[in-house]
Design a protein. Structure first.
Length: 193
C-alpha cells in the first residue's frame, strides 16, 4: 500500500464544505419539493372549492328552472281556462235575463267557486277603473264622452295576470275626450256615425 499522508486542515475544510454544500443542495431540493407539493395541494384545494361552488350554483339554477317551468305550465293552463270564465259570465248574464232565479244562482255559485280556486292559484283580474294603461289594456274602440281622454268607459273582455305576469290584457272601450253635444251621435274608432 502506498503511503497515505494525513489530510491537512485545508483538505479537511474543503471536504467539509463539499459535504455541507451537498447537504444544503439536498435540503434545497427537499424544500423545493415541499413547496411544489404545497402548491399542488393549494391548486387542487382551490379547484375542489370552485367545483363545489359551481355545483351549488348549478343546483340553484336547476331548482329555479324547474320552478319557472312549473309556473309557466300553470300560467298556460290558466290562460286556457279564461275562455271557460268568459262563457260562465255570458251564461250568468243570459240566464238572469231570460230564465228563473234558481238557474242564475246555480251558475253564479259555480262561477264564484271556480274564480276563487283560480285566484288561490295566483290568477288576478286586471283593474279597469280609471285611465287606460297600454301595459294592461287593449283598446277595441274609442267613444265620444264627457269623461277625460283615455278613461276606460266599458270592459268588453276582462284581463288577467297570473303571479303578476300578464296573460291576457283587458279589452276596453275608452273615451276619446271629445264631449258629446246634444245633437252628436257616438262615433267609433274609424269616425263612422
Amino acid at each position: 500500500m502506498p503511503d497515505e499522508k494525513p489530510a491537512t486542515n485545508e483538505q479537511k475544510d474543503v471536504k467539509d464544505v463539499g459535504k455541507r454544500s451537498q447537504n444544503s443542495d439536498e435540503a434545497k431540493a427537499e424544500a423545493n419539493d415541499k413547496r411544489n407539493q404545497n402548491n399542488e395541494y393549494e391548486e387542487l384545494r382551490e379547484r375542489i372549492l370552485r367545483l363545489a361552488a359551481e355545483f351549488d350554483n348549478y343546483k340553484k339554477r336547476v331548482k329555479s328552472d324547474i320552478e319557472n317551468a312549473k309556473s309557466a305550465g300553470r300560467a298556460e293552463m290558466m290562460k286556457d281556462m279564461l275562455s271557460v270564465l268568459d262563457e260562465f259570465e255570458l251564461a250568468i248574464n243570459a240566464s238572469s235575463k231570460s230564465s228563473g232565479e234558481n238557474m242564475s244562482k246555480g251558475f253564479e255559485l259555480v262561477y264564484s267557486n271556480l274564480v276563487d280556486l283560480l285566484k288561490k292559484e295566483g290568477l288576478a283580474e286586471i283593474e279597469t277603473d280609471g285611465p287606460y294603461d297600454p301595459y294592461k289594456h287593449e283598446i277595441l274602440m274609442t267613444k265620444q264622452s264627457i269623461k277625460k281622454e283615455g278613461t276606460i268607459l266599458e270592459v268588453v273582455k276582462k284581463g288577467y295576470t297570473f303571479n303578476n305576469v300578464l296573460i291576457r290584457p283587458a279589452a276596453v272601450i275608452i273615451s276619446n275626450g271629445k264631449g258629446l253635444n246634444k245633437d252628436d251621435n257616438v262615433a267609433d274608432e274609424g269616425g263612422k256615425k
